[in-house]
Design a protein around this ligand. Structure first.
Ligand code: AMP
Ligand code: MG
Length: 327
């Protein structure tokens, strides 16, 4: 008898904030996660209202499971004239696919569907089902013509949508001259400006093994801190664990030694897509990618080590791990 146990962990990047004044706070549920918004400044209320509206708007465009969304319509009808945001996120996703050599790939949806991720109907597909589905995968299955998108397979923006949304929220904060803000969307966090006392924010990075612990803390300002980990969504079948980040080469959950990948970057969209891609790449390729790209910092956690790029102010919290600086 097959035993399938499903676990979805809604986790939050912990942010340590002190000394905020005139702060407007809001908690909501969108994009499949709990979102916590904290904004300080004269126009905080107007900014929070606009942020809330934008998140709902983007969710309604991007959700692969909401049949009224542009993405669901694209997957069903194959050609759709899309809104500015949908076109923009697809363009940015295709660019990341190209520079990560397909480690990040929004066209993996036919494979992701087979595993039942996003629809919560988990099952382990056969190798022949996977190789059939992989035939529908690849950036060449997406064509852009002005604002009309055509797909021959199916796409899923789950690995980039929260990052793109964060970028739009950052624009709203700028428009309202917000002094400082912290927005947490599950594994994505935006820290904007300084704390009211002028200090940098301290962002706690979730421990990938012990959910009540931090693996470490980062000090930063004006960045997105995004973590991808197999522990965030997975199911168990016949004693094996299958998680939601798929290796586009095998069509199976990525298994290259990384158990969580965190990106720290001023480019919110890339931070999200890169975190997913680095998880798939494994340590060696991820380090090579970081050296070539140079526009972000990262923290990669394996079973015993924490690899941290040299530009990051990172304090290790779990002394059972060895910290290795990447240069
Ligand atoms: P994240 O939590 O940002 O790493 O995104 C994981 C989600 O992105 C999954 O739940 C899938 O919907 C989708 N996904 C899985 N594997 C990939 C991949 N290799 N490239 C792009 N998106 C992926
Ligand atoms: Mg991602």
């Amino acid at each position: 008898m097959k035993r399938i146990k499903t676990v979805v962990v809604f986790f939050t990047v912990l942010i340590i904030i002190t000394g905020c004044t005139k702060t407007e706070q809001k908690t909501m549920f969108a994009m499949d996660t709990v979102i916590q918004i904290s904004v300080s400044g004269k126009n905080a209320k107007a900014a929070v209202n606009e942020i809330e509206k934008k998140l709902v708007e983007l969710e309604n465009l991007f959700s692969v499971t909401n049949e009224k969304s542009e993405i669901a319509s694209l997957n069903k009808n194959k050609t759709v004239t899309v809104s500015y945001d949908t076109l923009e996120i697809i363009k940015q996703a295709l660019t990341v696919s190209e520079i990560t050599d397909g480690a990040f790939d929004i066209t993996l949806y036919p494979v992701i569907s087979l595993w039942g991720f996003t629809k919560n109907s988990y099952k382990v597909p056969t190798d022949s089902e996977i190789s059939e589905a992989l035939k529908k995968v690849g950036s060449d299955t997406v064509k852009l013509d002005g604002n009309t998108v055509t797909v021959s397979g199916e796409i899923d923006l789950g690995g980039i949508a929260k990052g793109y949304a964060t970028q739009q929220l950052r624009n709203i904060l700028q428009k309202h001259y917000i002094q400082s803000a912290v927005i947490s969307l599950g594994g994505n966090a935006l820290v904007y400006g300084n704390k009211n006392n002028g200090d940098l924010y301290t962002i706690g990075i979730q421990h990938p093994v012990h959910s009540d612990m931090l693996i470490g803390k980062v000090k930063a300002k004006d960045v997105s801190v995004v973590t991808s980990g197999g522990y965030q969504r997975y199911f168990e079948s016949d004693g094996n664990i299958y998680h939601h980040i798929i290796d586009s080469k095998s069509g199976k959950p990525a298994k290259n030694g990384i158990i969580s990948a965190t990106v720290v970057s001023e480019n919110d969209t890339q931070a999200d897509a890169f975190a997913t891609a680095l998880y798939v790449m494994g340590i060696d390729k991820a380090c090579e990618f970081w050296r070539q790209n140079g526009s972000f910092e990262m923290i990669l956690v394996t079973e015993t080590e924490v690899y941290v790029t040299s530009g990051l102010e990172f304090e290790l919290s779990d002394q059972n791990y060895t910290k290795i600086i990447i240069e």
